[in-house]
Design a protein around this ligand. Sequence first.
Ligand SMILES: [Zn+2]
Length: 320
Amino acid sequence: MRYQFMGIVLGLIVLTSVVDAKIKALIVDGQNWHEVWPKSTIMMKQYLEETGLFNVDIQRSKYTWKAKREEKFLPLAGVGETEDLPKSKTDPDFKPNFSQYDVVISNFGFKAANWPKETEKAFEEYMINGGGFVSVHSADNSFAKWKEYNRMIGLAGWGGRNSKSGPYVYYTNEGELKYDHSDGGCGVHGPRHNVYIKVRVKDHPITKGLPENWFTAKDECYATLRGPAENLTILATGKDQSGKAPTDRHEPILMVIDYGKGRVFHTTLGHDDYSFEGVDFITTFLRGTEWAATGKVTISVPEDFPEEGKKSSRPFKLKE
Ligand SMILES: [Zn+2]
């Protein structure tokens, strides 16, 4: 009996350590103007957990904006009664315990509630000490006045940002990387379409094994982003071929930034649920998140990844 008991205890210890070996990810969200929210949070959580590599928690600001579509995702994201954002535009109670996580993913957006100063400081320390951060689509619209946040994500858009925020960074049609300090606004996009993606760094763990180019699922091609762009590497660019492109250049789409000992993966893709269904979105998001958490990528390129010059989507089915 005693040995059996010991066996059970040992088994539990092994099981616990296997569970603990998973990457701990935290999705932070609460205010996102995109009507798809919070379905997008649930999609990202499911994508991450389906790999078997991640445990995912969600922490929302209490001033959550209600989704305008598909309300069934509200309870799944833990959204009950909501409160309006106060005049201070800050959520004083938003205090995630960042240090418990290997990677933090932001699904906040334009005009998100500011974090209290102590949360900003805690996040800066978490990142400087080797944390991981993933900025998805309009998360790069948030927190225009938070200097260190802008340094972490490298480039950003909207929120009153301008030439003081830093240079435009892009590739010319001739393939030249430009840091452009000229005056002008920050953040614009044309209509949603299948964006032409070109890989600029082929041997980074996130892009290794991907085709040289492909088309996204229907999405927005963010353009004229500006920022400190320190320790920034553009892994892939997008060229707006919608016919109503705001720029005639290849804009940064997938980026990595070193911040202290921390790693940041920044994707400007992810406008709507059909954008989140792009196999290229899913794959680069998963690989980018694993890389931000661990510095390595073990997630392979799936068979349905778009071939060169093609697009590919995977319809989202909510796991019951
Ligand atoms: Zn959008």
